[in-house]
Design a protein around this ligand. Structure first.
Ligand code: NOJ
Length: 530
């Protein structure tokens, strides 16, 4: 049986506002994405995941949805979406949408109705509670963006719950009518032909029925962000969420076993809890996002332990890996340019589905945003802690023309200062650019099943070297990564003594060795051993 596309292919995350503008307003849009589909197909990715484009007041840049079945005029029209989907499919690219089921905008008609009166039939679609006897919020739950997670409604004299901004009211997923309405939203997009969803904050969707206070976090340090004052024990990851994830999976599967519609869950949890989201009695999401590489120390032994621990925990679930996304610092900012190349090799050679964040293929780094240009509500609410997400959401630099070809208007966020040299057109001409490396890695991955669906086994290694074997049938490959800036060596196993290099992150011929692989500073290599 051949493996489904979501196991063999690479997913590319498009932060829509910043990818390509087509109508001169300084923000990216759907027609812009359509213009860049040849680039994406040529890069060698299998699927794109597009951040939310639904009608929205943009309090949290589209993660505050006011209509789940439409397209915000800023991003285009439903016809533009249909056209994009058809054009993507014509190129063999799958399209995943961002589904935001935990909360709606406070302007969504459902919430407007819900807050209109305590007796409205939609009152129970959201989470309304009386205050404490002294008028304080119902409990100590803290918004992920700081401050109490409860907002007082002076008209109906109750609080509503919002895990994020007060403009993002949490739906009450214990209400069957909410479930039915949101499942219809999934069907609306599946019927249009989308290939799956990335599900926003899946582990937040159900809250403890008794709304008990969250316990204090013993490891809290000032500067972490106020949300970390408490452990989100009762406000997230409740057992009842699993039936909902399973229902969603059943809907995806109802589109036919062969059509392979995929669900990816955004879940920030320790590995043991993350594993539950594959499903036990009933299947849940295909890919619970594995964010471990985002925060892991860049240390060979620590990464080996992490990989082994994740692999051991999977018990049949298909793995996946992420280096960065629109909420977290970019890999080049954390590891530097030389190690960003090593990280690329790691991401694209581990067992499991990789998700590649737009611009990482250019080595794009975080862009410092002057205070007067800050847009992200996360930064505006808790400034100066380094929690803001604007630096990782800057426009994609395409070429050497005005605004790097992103827009002919005024870009909504500043470009990377090095855009005249760090852009797609320029780097596509440079044989040793990180973009060229990504292309080679993606090509190799497509050509060699060992790198996508093959088994993985860690190899004994010392110092800064992380090494593993990938194996499929008779094909045996070795990946050896030097995570440091000093040369290293790796004693090759006997079966690999005559191996041949297939690809290096560093230009020029690698020094040979007799049964010993010499790795230059910041070098990652893929070797063929069969
Ligand atoms: C997770 C998204 O990735 C983030 O960008 C957003 O702010 C929150 N969920 C709220 O929807």
């Amino acid at each position: 049986m051949t493996a489904p596309w979501w196991q063999t292919g690479v997913i590319y995350q498009i932060y829509l506002r910043s990818f390509q503008d087509s109508n001169h307003d300084g923000i990216g849009d759907l027609k812009g994405v359509a213009r860049r589909l040849d680039y994406l197909a040529g890069l060698g990715v299998e699927a794109i995941w597009i951040s939310p484009f639904y009608p929205s007041p943009i309090a949290d840049f589209g993660y505050d949805v006011a209509d789940y079945c439409g397209v915000d005029a800023r991003f285009g029209t439903l016809a533009d979406f249909d056209d994009l989907l058809a054009q993507a499919h014509a190129r063999g690219l799958k399209v995943l949408l961002d589904f935001v089921p935990n909360h709606t905008s406070d302007r969504h008609p459902w919430f407007v109705a819900s807050r209109s009166s305590r007796d409205h039939p939609k009152r129970d679609w959201y989470i309304w509670r009386d205050g404490a006897p002294d008028g304080a919020p119902p409990n100590n739950w803290i918004s992920d963006f700081g401050g109490s997670a409860w907002e007082w409604d002076a008209v109906t004299r109750q609080y509503y719950y919002h895990a994020f901004l007060k403009e993002q009211a949490d739906l009450n997923w214990r209400n069957p009518a909410v479930q039915a309405a949101m499942y219809d939203v999934m069907r609306f997009w599946f019927d249009r032909g989308v290939d799956g969803f990335r599900i926003d904050v899946l582990w937040h969707m159900v809250k403890a029925a008794d709304f008990a206070d969250n316990p204090p976090n013993p490891d809290y340090q000032p500067g972490m962000g106020e949300m970390h004052r408490v452990l989100q024990l009762h406000s997230t990851d409740q057992p009842e969420v699993h039936a909902i994830a399973a229902d969603m999976r059943a809907i995806a599967d109802s589109y036919g076993a062969g059509s392979e519609r995929v669900l990816i869950g955004e879940i920030y949890l320790p590995v043991d809890r993350l594993m539950h989201y594959y499903g036990r009695d009933r299947a849940e999401v295909h890919l619970p996002f594995n964010f471990q590489l985002v925060d892991a120390p860049w240390d060979a032994r620590a990464l080996a332990t992490l990989i082994a621990g994740y692999e051991a925990a999977l018990s049949g679930g298909w793995p996946n890996w992420v280096l960065g996304n629109h909420d977290r610092p970019r890999v080049a900012a954390k590891r530097g340019q030389a190690q960003a190349r090593v990280a690329a090799m790691l991401l694209l050679t581990l067992r499991g589905t990789p998700t590649l964040y737009y611009g990482d293929e250019l080595g794009l780094s975080d862009v410092a945003i002057p205070p007067e240009q800050v847009q992200d509500p996360r930064e505006l609410r808790e400034p100066g802690l380094g929690l803001g997400r604007d630096p990782v959401r800057t426009p994609m630099p395409w070429d050497g023309t005005e605004n790097a070809g992103f827009t002919t208007g005024r870009p909504w966020l500043p470009l990377n200062a090095d855009w005249p040299t760090r852009n797609v057109a320029r780097m596509a001409q440079e044989p040793d650019s990180i973009l060229a490396l990504y292309r080679r890695l993606l090509t190799l991955r497509r050509a060699r099943p060992a790198l996508s669906t093959g088994d993985i086994a860690l190899l004994d290694a010392e110092g800064d070297v992380l090494a593993y074997e990938r194996r499929h049938g008779g094909e045996r490959l070795i990946v050896a990564l030097n995570l440091g800036e000093r040369p290293q060596h790796l004693a090759l196993p006997d079966w690999a003594r005559d191996c041949q290099p297939l690809l290096s992150t560093v230009a020029g011929a690698a020094p040979g060795g007799d049964g010993v692989l010499l790795l230059r500073a910041d070098e990652g290599v893929i070797l063929k051993a069969d």
